[in-house]
Design a binder for this molecule. Structure first.
Ligand code: 5GP
Ligand code: MN
Length: 315
């Protein structure tokens, strides 16, 4: 099996990035790799590029070193992309990927077509952090690196609850706990704790939710105006779709929020055997069997209608 240490032989500069609108797994996996290289390879220059990250991940080591500006042109010896299912989701960091001498992708999205020179892609893995754990030398995983990996695993498994969680996931999580991390604080502070405004916009979204197809589908949305009213941005809406999903007898939960350009970001979640990755594929999106997303143009009513037609075909 390949190891990150082997990939770094003869390399002088490394760039790292993840997907647009970074989530816990994206932030955790990219920072874990950043911290590993900066700790053990002082002769390698390493830069991490991500769009702005949710404040709850600010405690992770070197979160303050992440570049959020993409002005500078650079050619890296090796560019590592994590938790990103396709080149289109690299956003502003695509230029570093294209210019790099060598590219390496570490990911767990079913929709990933292996777009880098070298790819480590396992859709059965709970999270990209689980894959990063396998690529690192276990003895060299510090407490700070363990915090990054554990955070990502917690977020992509819904605190080790979603069906992507395996015995292997739990064994890795156990090994990370032994590195001395404060695991319950990580879960509380990064996953469960919501600001007052986040809870209020969740409440509004739930009040506005509607059932379709005899209660098998639940959907709701948040407009740009509502985000302004509640003092929330897109990155504060995490968790709304999960709350929809646990509605009794629901098979598919859909959450839409308005983008700045008046298109909508769509998040789908599935219960049971239903495959939402198939549904979003129709609209150019991607993700996992039980959690997937896409961006769609039109009014909320129009988008929901198109989504429900595709869901109904598959129920
Ligand atoms: P979320 O609904 O939380 O935004 O995303 C659920 C999963 O689907 C994540 O793994 C995310 O990376 C993926 N995903 C969300 N939106 C898109 C999209 O527009 N394109 C692709 N390819 N994947 C997406
Ligand atoms: Mn992930």
């Amino acid at each position: 099996m390949i190891k990150l240490d082997d990939k770094l032989k003869g390399i002088q500069t490394v760039g790292i990035s993840g997907h647009v609108r970074p989530d816990g797994d994206c932030v955790g996996s990219t920072l874990a790799v950043y911290n590993y290289i900066s700790t053990y390879y002082p002769n390698i220059t390493v830069d991490l590029y991500l769009e702005s990250i949710p404040n709850v991940f600010g405690f992770l080591k070197n979160a303050d070193k992440i570049h959020h500006s993409f002005e500078e042109d650079k050619q890296f010896d090796l560019f590592i992309v994590l938790d990103c299912g396709d080149a289109g989701r690299l956003g502003p960091t695509a230029k570093y990927f294209e210019a790099a001498k060598q590219t390496f992708c570490i990911d767990h999205h079913v929709s990933n077509q292996a777009f880098a020179d070298d790819n480590y892609i396992y859709p059965d893995a709970s999270s990209t952090c689980e894959l990063v754990y396998e690529l690192l030398d276990t003895d060299k995983i510090t407490k700070e690196i363990a915090e990054c990996l554990y955070t990502g695993m917690v977020h992509d498994t819904g605190v080790f609850q979603y069906s992507c969680t395996s015995a292997k996931t739990m064994n890795i999580a156990g090994n990370l706990m032994e590195k001395g991390i404060n695991y319950s604080k990580i879960v509380d502070d990064t996953f469960y704790t919501k600001t007052y405004n986040q809870n209020r916009i969740l409440g509004q979204a739930l009040l506005d939710s509607k059932l379709y197809l005899n209660g098998k589908v639940i959907a709701t949305y948040v407009t740009a105006e509502q985000m302004k009213e509640f003092g929330c941005g897109p990155k504060h809406l995490d968790g709304i779709v999960n709350q929809l999903r646990v509605t009794k007898d629901v098979v598919v939960a859909a959450f839409l929020y308005e983008n700045e350009d008046a298109s909508y970001k769509v998040s789908l979640r599935a219960n049971g055997d239903f495959n939402v990755a198939d549904v979003v594929a129709v609209f150019g999106g991607g993700g996992h069997v039980k959690a997937a997303g896409c961006t769609m143009e039109g009014t909320v009513e129009d988008i929901l209608e198109r989504l429900i037609v595709e869901i109904a075909k598959r129920l």
